[in-house]
Design a protein around this ligand. Structure first.
Ligand SMILES: C[S@@+](CC[C@H](N)C(=O)[O-])C[C@H]1O[C@@H](n2cnc3c(N)ncnc32)[C@H](O)[C@@H]1O
Length: 247
């Protein structure tokens, strides 16, 4: 293998995991790992450190990129991405328009399912990070374009089945959605604040949408201890409001 891999080991009651390229060496508290040896391994095999610790080798999936990829800002959380995928019924024949790309995490999840993802990012330094992250996935159906989506959407000649807007500019993009969305297609926006969600609903209200809803998803991990079983004390708090409109 010559693509990045996940190395995992369960040690002293805790899972340790590393996202590594199969080149050079890595020092861990469980010893040195010669990463070049990964080239001759398969997923599911183990690789040993010089201290004899055995790490299982896994193929990275989209959630591993959420956990380990280089970040330019806050990527969308998997719980929110799941809601987008389930409520749009995203499938393998769909073309997706996404903005802003950020670290490219949402685009990577969507690219693993859809036929094509075109994603716009206004900052060139963020474009570079996202393109590097996308290249590491091996997905060839995600195109990261540099540009301001407010300007670029007016020039688009393509149409899309699903459009995702995770940017402060969303309400300024919404007036142009009817020009680039297939009938029956979905617009999804993500906004951290009530005020933005309201602005987005008002902008959608001025377009020819068929139906619309705004939701928030809550996730609670369950903790299992000798004392008992209950929702974990530490939890993911508020992330954002997701508005889903069908055209
Ligand atoms: C919260 S981040 C997106 C995170 C992304 N969904 C992910 O999962 O990694 C928002 C991004 O929108 C970009 N952005 C802001 N205004 C934009 C615009 N007008 N056009 C394109 N991108 C924009 C920002 O630079 C930032 O990277």
């Amino acid at each position: 293998m010559d693509t990045p891999v996940i190395l995992k080991i369960f040690h002293k009651g805790k899972m340790k995991e590393y996202f590594v390229k199969p080149e050079g060496e890595m020092h861990t508290d469980l010893g040195l790992i010669k990463l070049d040896e990964l080239k001759a391994k398969n997923f599911g095999d183990k690789i040993s450190s010089h201290m004899g610790a055995e790490f299982v080798i896994q193929k990275p999936r989209a959630n591993d990129f959420f956990n380990h990829a280089k970040r330019s800002g806050a990527p969308m959380m998997p719980k929110d991405i799941g809601v987008i995928i389930s409520n749009t019924g995203l499938g393998s024949s769909d073309s997706v328009l996404d903005a802003g790309t950020g670290s490219g995490i949402l685009a990577i999840y969507l690219g693993g399912i859809a036929k094509k993802v075109v994603t716009y990012e206004v900052r060139d330094d963020f474009v570079e990070i996202a393109r590097d992250n996308i290249a590491l996935t091996g997905l060839s159906n995600i195109e990261c374009r540099h540009g301001d989506i407010v300007e670029e959407i007016r020039k688009l000649e393509e149409r899309f089945d699903v459009i995702t807007l995770d940017t402060i500019a969303a309400s300024r993009v919404i007036p142009y959605i009817p020009d680039v969305i297939y009938p029956g297609g979905f617009l999804v926006t993500y906004s951290p604040f009530f005020e933005q969600a309201k602005e987005i609903r008002e902008a959608i209200g001025k377009t020819n949408y068929i139906d619309v809803m705004t939701i928030e998803t809550l996730e609670r991990e369950i903790s299992f201890t000798d004392r008992g079983t209950r929702p974990a004390t530490a939890r993911v708090g508020h992330t954002g409001f997701i508005t889903i409109a069908r055209y």
